[in-house]
Design a protein around this ligand. Structure first.
Ligand code: FMN
Length: 256
């Protein structure tokens, strides 16, 4: 089984490639949002997610806290990212260790960046080499390669609080500006992983439970979403979505 989350399609695309090479089912962690416990007894268990602030997204960590896996399962993690990841594997491992298992293989996967406040790198090679790089990871998993040594620390379950979009530090980090071009089509509301957007008087309105996936910005057909970080209006960065992933694929993956 491969568990994933994806805002703009990079992680979904990589998860699907790994799933097809390994003949493993690919499932969005949001499917389990209302469960209190998720039991997966598979021998091979993968995690594919976008790196947010050198960590995994809050919704991913919330899922990990519910997950129960066998101690002898082979677990691997792939964090898609555009530049740097300092901690995400440790946190994935920590959640597994707390449930009696551990992370065996972990790799970062460079992809076009989607973080609006930072730069938008979308070098063509990141997409043109994606299939080849995913195939290499699939081979490593087939061979049960081990490249991650678990420190084996059992720390408290409160590590979710540190996740991007989950901590006090990130509250109020973004305020949303909905431009007049918003038609109230509701695509952003359908897509939002925390159901944080509603349509009021024909316009999108954001609530306060944002994990900063930027789906609403990148997928908006009218380019009507902008952010104010406190410094400047952040709508200069162009939209990015993975070329092989559609809005319907994100929505279906999130809610079905
Ligand atoms: C809020 C946020 C924080 C991010 N932080 C990082 C980061 O710390 N390091 C990094 O290399 N990329 C970072 N990125 C870029 C994404 O990890 C990268 O573009 C990823 O492939 C997006 O995956 P997705 O299309 O599946 O959502 C961040 C993106 C967002 C939206």
């Amino acid at each position: 089984m491969i568990f994933y989350f994806s805002g703009t399609g990079n992680s979904l695309s990589v998860a699907k490639k790994l799933g097809s090479a390994l003949e493993e089912e690919v499932v969005n962690v949001l499917h389990f949002r209302n469960e209190t416990e998720v039991v997966c007894n598979d021998e091979v268990i993968g995690f594919v997610y976008p790196v947010y602030g050198s960590d995994s997204p809050r919704v991913f960590k919330e899922f990990l806290l519910k997950l129960k896996v066998p101690a002898n399962s082979y677990c691997f993690a792939v964090g898609t990212m555009n530049k740097m990841d300092q901690h995400s594997f440790e946190y994935i491992d920590q959640a597994l260790v707390n449930n009696g298992a551990k992370l065996s293989f972990a790799e970062n996967f460079l992809m076009p960046g989607n973080c609006i406040p930072t730069e938008g790198l979308s070098e063509e090679w990141r997409l043109s080499t994606e299939a080849e790089r995913a195939e290499k990871i699939a081979e490593a998993v087939k061979n049960r390669e081990v490249n991650f040594t678990s420190p084996g620390k059992k720390t408290g379950p409160d590590f979710v609080q540190a996740a991007f979009g989950g901590s006090e530090a990130h509250k109020g980090f973004l305020t949303f500006i909905i431009k007049d071009t918003c038609t109230g089509c509701g695509l952003c509301a359908e897509m939002c992983p925390t159901k944080n957007i509603c349509i009021e008087d024909g316009k999108a309105v954001h609530g306060s439970d944002c994990i900063a996936c930027f789906s609403c910005f990148h997928w908006c057909p009218e380019k009507a979403v902008a952010f104010n970080s406190g410094m400047e209006v952040l709508d200069k960065r162009g939209q990015y979505t993975h070329p092989d992933v559609t809005a319907a694929m994100i929505i279906d993956g999130n809610w079905k």
